[in-house]
Write a protein that binds this ligand. Structure first.
Ligand code: PEP
Length: 254
């Protein structure tokens, strides 16, 4: 049975103490909510990772992730953080290909394929984001865009390596806008993604892949989204910054 995940993406919010306080609250509130194959992941700024990973120890269903990692193993890249460094904090996951990285930092599918390889080589599990812009949806090119993001970003992986990644469908027009994809729109794309994985690898690999939805997911719409056959949880931005809102989304698992 594939893993169900609710992952928070704090983005560039919360100072060190604020992050620790929020995570402590989150652990207390979600520790009995996520059970079995359900997992809660908090993707924080780098400065929090080591402390959050220490707090998460002992809670099998709570893990920590970064929001980015460099494609090189190490070297003269002032200000950057390597996958090995992220891993050494105790973090388990790393978000790659978030639309804000693609848009503001020019991250291409080709670069993201390298980042994915380096993350995997260092034992991190990528949460790999894909999704179309509003213009692409309006031009009816969204299926093609998602297909090429998969083909160029992650379909070079072996079936075994692919088995360790999590995908997140995040329509760019729904991120931070308050506009959510309808559950039918999201399910349509998730089903498409799963079919593409089955065609590339196998039905078994497709059935085992966790595919999250992200984009203005909140306590009100999470249950309906998570009830869709191919939606295995969510990647949550704004609503992950309040322990009550985030916990209510985690509760939507059940
Ligand atoms: C995100 O940044 O991954 C995201 C989904 O943001 P929000 O929930 O705020 O739309």
């Amino acid at each position: 049975m594939r893993k169900k995940i609710v992952a928070g993406n704090w983005k560039m919010n919360l100072d060190y103490n604020e992050g620790l306080a929020l995570f402590s609250e989150v652990i207390n509130m979600v520790k009995d909510e996520a059970t079995g194959n359900q997992q809660v992941v908090v993707c924080s700024p780098f400065i929090h990772l080591h402390s959050l990973a220490a707090l998460a120890k002992g809670y099998a269903n709570v893990a920590v992730g970064a929001q980015n990692a460099h494609q090189a193993e190490a070297g003269a890249y002032t200000g950057e953080i390597s996958a090995k460094q992220v891993k050494s904090t105790g973090a388990e996951y790393v978000i790659l290909g978030h639309s804000e990285r693609r848009q503001y930092f020019g991250e291409s599918n080709e670069l993201l394929a390298k980042k994915t390889d380096t993350a995997l080589a260092n034992g991190l599990k990528p949460i790999f984001c894909i999704g179309e812009t509003l213009a692409e949806r309006e031009a009816n090119t969204h299926f093609g865009i998602i297909k090429s993001q998969l083909e160029e970003g992650v379909f070079h992986l072996s079936a075994e390596a692919f088995g360790t990644i999590v995908l997140a469908y995040e329509p760019v027009w729904a991120i931070g806008t308050g506009v959510t994809a309808t559950s039918a729109q999201a399910q349509e794309i998730h089903e498409f993604i799963r079919k593409e994985i089955a065609a590339k690898y196998s039905q078994e690999v497709a059935d085992a892949t966790t595919i999250l939805y992200g984009g203005s997911c909140n306590a009100k719409n999470a249950a309906e989204l998570f009830a869709q056959a191919d939606i295995d949880g969510g990647l949550i931005g704004g609503a992950s910054l309040k322990s009550r809102d985030f916990t209510d989304i985690v509760k939507a698992f059940n």
